[in-house]
Write a protein that binds this ligand. Structure first.
Ligand code: HEC
Length: 107
């Protein structure tokens, strides 16, 4: 009986979470794309004459997410630091990328 009760409770909790829409808090379209479009442009935007690996689409960004997080966590002056030639992203902005990844990179 305890196991059944536990299962019921779990089901109830996860469905009420979905109903509240709190499954994913960060989305590519709402949060990630606007940051990348400003901070990683024009270098990573082929349509703006950027010559570096494209970060222009969801697929581009999601496939390189580990390298992106690694680089934005570095500090200016360190090899591999991004965004090159620009100020370091704020800690809360860096956290957005990590949360987005942890949540499964919603579109
Ligand atoms: C001023 C131009 C410039 C900006 C702005 C810039 N990058 Fe880059 N990026 C480069 C250059 C040049 C390289 C290649 C040198 C290297 O690997 O460090 C590079 C390399 C990379 C790579 C490795 C893949 C590749 O293209 O070789 C990643 C991932 C990356 N950048 C992420 C970012 C992210 C994320 C941002 C925005 C937060 C950003 N970059 C902003 C110029 C830029």
């Amino acid at each position: 009986m305890v196991a059944i009760g536990g299962t019921f409770l779990f089901t109830y909790c996860s469905s009420s979470k979905k109903a509240a829409g709190s499954k994913q808090t960060i989305s590519y379209a709402q949060h990630i794309q606007p940051i990348v479009s400003v901070q990683c442009s024009p270098c990573h935007f082929p349509s703006r004459d950027g010559k570096k690996a494209s970060l222009e689409t969801y697929d581009d960004v999601s496939m390189q997410i580990n390298d992106i997080i690694r680089r934005i966590e570095l500090y200016p002056g360190t090899k591999g630091y991004m965004p090159m030639k620009k100020a370091r992203l704020s800690d809360s902005t860096i956290a957005l990328f990590k949360t987005w990844k942890d949540e499964g990179m919603g579109k």
